[in-house]
Design a protein around this ligand. Structure first.
Ligand SMILES: NC(=O)c1ccc[n+]([C@@H]2O[C@H](COP(=O)([O-])OP(=O)(O)OC[C@H]3O[C@@H](n4cnc5c(N)ncnc54)[C@H](OP(=O)(O)O)[C@@H]3O)[C@@H](O)[C@H]2O)c1
Length: 297
């Protein structure tokens, strides 16, 4: 019997590498990881077949998805090629190659939900457009929406360091005070979510096809997040709000999130993912097992 193949885009990233780890552990699929550089340390560490493709190279994309049953698509904002065109190139290739199921890492449309008030968060809006294109493609599909990555804390994203203080730690944030948002341990939880969809899309189609799943440990303010981190680290964590960054897409994202729900009525953790067997980790567990190592605590 020929192997069941799954292709993972942006395979060396937080999301892609999580999918590779979980799918290797699951064992149902033979994996094909897509990167721009198959010789990088990160690519060589993946432990599966690695192929090179950029989102603009339609021939290379076609090769990467040919023979694959399932594809996990992650796109990159603010790149040379728009996310919409990245997504279209991959989805068109999947259709031509007869891919059976595509899982897409999505975000909601800030422009649409805010009724045109916030127009600069194109890293959200373009993903929402890719999702619509995918759902209209005729390929069975599902979208997974992560919230703010907990990994941002040790990656120091958007100029927000996590620093040691005399008494414990300081969590710096650009989230608006009082704003509550979805916190996602992406490296830990994206992979199991993708594996659950890939292994069940045919048998549980009514629960999966064209659905948008919300991936998160908890919906929390920065202060609530700090309290959970403190439990995991065994030391107090204070919060410093930095406020606006002066970068339109980032500022619109945070202003939007302070004013609008991303997915009104959807509980976090998402019960529909739990029903598919996905058990997400907690913020406290993230702090105890991952953040501690990164900060050398
Ligand atoms: N950070 C957050 O809180 C957050 C929340 C929700 C959604 N997101 C979304 O997550 C996505 C990023 O995913 P990630 O965090 O998993 O990625 P990541 O860890 O930043 O890694 C991205 C990988 O993509 C490749 N890459 C970098 N630039 C690229 C380009 N221009 N074209 C193609 N590949 C490129 C690189 O791999 P190679 O060098 O091996 O090719 C890199 O390892 C973005 O779309 C972002 O909007 C982030």
């Amino acid at each position: 019997m020929s192997p069941r193949i799954a292709t993972v885009f942006m395979a060396t990233g937080v999301q892609g590498s999580s999918a590779i780890r979980a799918l290797l552990k699951d064992g149902t699929f033979t994996l094909r990881a897509v990167t721009r550089n198959a010789n990088s340390e990160a690519a060589r560490a993946l432990g599966c077949e690695v192929v090179e493709a950029t989102f603009g190279d339609k021939d290379a994309i076609k090769k990467a998805v040919t023979g694959a049953e399932c594809v996990f698509l992650v796109t990159m904002p603010f790149a040379e090629l728009s996310e919409v065109n990245q997504g279209k190139n991959v989805i068109d290739a999947c259709k031509e190659a007869g891919v059976k199921f595509v899982a897409f890492s999505t975000l909601p449309s800030v422009n649409d939900i805010s009724g045109g008030k916030y127009t600069h968060a194109i890293h959200f809006d373009e993903k929402a457009k890719v999702q619509k294109y995918l759902e209209a493609s005729g390929i069975a599909c599902a979208s997974i929406c992560p919230g703010s990555f907990l990994e941002n804390i040790h990656r120091g994203m958007l100029g927000c360091p996590f620093t040691k203080t005399d008494t414990g730690y300081e969590l710096t944030t650009r989230e608006r005070p009082g704003s509550s948002s979805i916190k996602t341990w992406t490296g830990h939880d994206m992979g199991p979510a993708v594996a659950a969809l890939f292994t069940q899309y045919a048998t549980r189609s009514a629960e999966i096809d064209k659905k948008t799943f919300v991936l998160g440990s908890q919906k929390a303010t920065t202060e609530e997040t700090a309290a959970e981190l403190a439990k995991g680290l065994g030391a107090p964590v204070t919060v410093k709000h930095l406020g606006a960054m002066g970068v339109f897409p980032v500022d619109d994202m945070y202003d939007f999130s302070a004013e609008f729900e991303w997915f009104p009525g959807v509980e976090v953790p998402d019960k529909r993912l739990e029903a598919l067997g996905v058990k997400v980790g907690s913020i406290e567990e993230f702090a105890r097992t991952e953040l501690k190592k990164h900060i050398g605590a």
